[in-house]
Design a protein around this ligand. Structure first.
Ligand code: PLP
Length: 403
């Protein structure tokens, strides 16, 4: 009954842990969810009002498959301001139901069975699954905490092969918060110069940067024909539920992705598109207000995590996640149940403390866990207190303290 393709796709662990936490909460447990990848802020009022006005005007019908032209024009303008690269809004911009949908369309449009997709690791959970859904094979390139999760050109070169059709870059990164600056982007593109692979640059966190300045691969001269920029309104404007994201890039690729979308989604929501237009063209101070709030929480969370014995937590430079290494706490858990993986650690943490984290294994880093600091200071304080207590108990129980 079920295709081999669907059988090969694991459920999203981020959504799974969020659901497990929701169930516990429904049973009356005191749960603090730090697993979800979304801002705790509400969508700014002027954006909601634009959506209400669109409904009142009767903008309640299908739009063009690639999205309304006025929104595509705004996206093109935004991308041009960010990268310096101009595109034709009519043929080189695709609006989708979230950045995730834009990426899924691209993977289906570009990849054939047997092709390879190069993905730096730790990676956002959905990239490998999207490759698998397209019949392609993910090829991972290790990045290391002690190198600031920078993509090493030598390791990248070794991952490239005759079947490489796509390289996925994600800066700022989910889950590590690493940011590719001008030098890092130039060195990665230099490594890719002789490869025909398409570069897919997922820039969904580009407005949420605290240290350094991300430089899009699309902004480097001569790369316009090889780079697709993916972005959206979910994170920067607290609009995860509105489901609007986009892809901007070479015509042939965008047109193919649009064909895929036209048969699987018809078009994104007309009302959400009006809201996204207001987000892009309206006042931007709401973004800065949220960014500043995240930055305060980031410093607080990293400070507290670093003070917990048994955890190592580099300072993320963007997005809203901390990605501490917890493997020093692996070992015999309470009641002798061993903790040997990030999933076992997160299950224990949820059970013992009610704090929901995402296992690093979901991102290809099984010695880590991800926690989102896009939640209130009070909840963060309470969650970190509980986490510190758990760490102390595990160390007392003879956790491995392995390097
Ligand atoms: C790296 C990355 N890319 C894309 C997305 C998808 O964003 P959207 O909500 O626009 O589909 C997310 C959401 O968590 C993400 O973390």
């Amino acid at each position: 009954m079920i295709s081999s393709r669907a059988r090969a796709i694991a459920p999203s662990e981020t959504l799974a842990i969020t659901e497990a936490a929701r169930l516990l909460k429904a049973q009356g447990r005191d749960v603090i969810g730090l697993a979800a990848g979304e801002p705790d802020f509400d969508t700014p009022p002027h954006i909601k009002e634009a959506a209400a006005r669109a409904m009142a005007r009767g903008e309640t019908k299908y739009t063009a498959a690639a999205g309304t032209l006025i929104l595509r024009e705004a996206i093109e303008r935004r991308t041009r301001e960010d990268t310096g690269a101009a595109h034709d809004p009519a043929t080189e911009v695709l609006v989708s139901c979230g950045a995730k949908h834009a990426l899924a369309n691209l993977f289906l449009a570009v990849l054939d069975p047997g092709d390879e997709v190069v993905i730096p690791s730790p990676y956002w959970v959905s990239y490998p699954m999207m490759a698998v859904a397209a019949g392609a094979r993910p090829v991972f390139v290790e990045t290391r905490a002690e190198e600031g999760y920078a993509l090493d050109p030598g390791r990248l070169r070794r991952a490239l092969g005759p079947r490489t059709r796509m390289v996925v870059l994600n800066s700022p990164s989910n889950p590590t918060g690493a940011v590719m600056d001008a030098a890092a982007t130039a060195s990665v593109l230099e490594t890719l110069r002789d490869s025909p692979a398409l570069v897919v640059s997922d820039e969904i966190y580009d407005r949420l940067v605290y240290d350094g300045a991300p430089v899009s691969p699309a902004s480097l001269d001569g790369w316009g024909g090889r780079v697709v920029v993916v972005n959206g309104v979910s994170k920067a404007y607290a609009m995860t539920g509105w489901r609007i994201g986009w892809a901007v890039g070479p015509r042939e690729v965008i047109q193919a992705a649009t064909r895929v979308q036209s048969h699987t989604a018809s078009a994104p929501s007309s009302i959400s598109q009006a809201a996204a237009l207001a987000a892009l063209t309206g006042p931007q101070d709401c973004v800065e207000t949220m960014r500043e709030a995240f930055d305060v929480r980031r410093r607080y969370v990293v400070g507290r995590l670093s003070a917990i014995q048994g955890l190592q937590c580099p300072t993320p430079r963007g997005a809203f996640y901390a990605f501490p290494r917890v493997s020093d706490l692996f070992g015999p858990g309470p009641s002798g149940r061993p903790v040997a993986t990030s999933a076992e650690f997160c299950a224990l943490c949820l059970e013992e403390t009610g704090v929901a984290l995402v296992p690093g294994g979901a991102f290809g880093a099984d010695r880590h866990v991800r926690l989102s600091y896009a939640t209130s200071r009070d909840l963060l304080a309470e969650a970190l207190e509980r986490l510190a207590g758990l760490a102390e108990r595990l160390l007392g129980q003879g956790a491995s303290r392995a390097p």
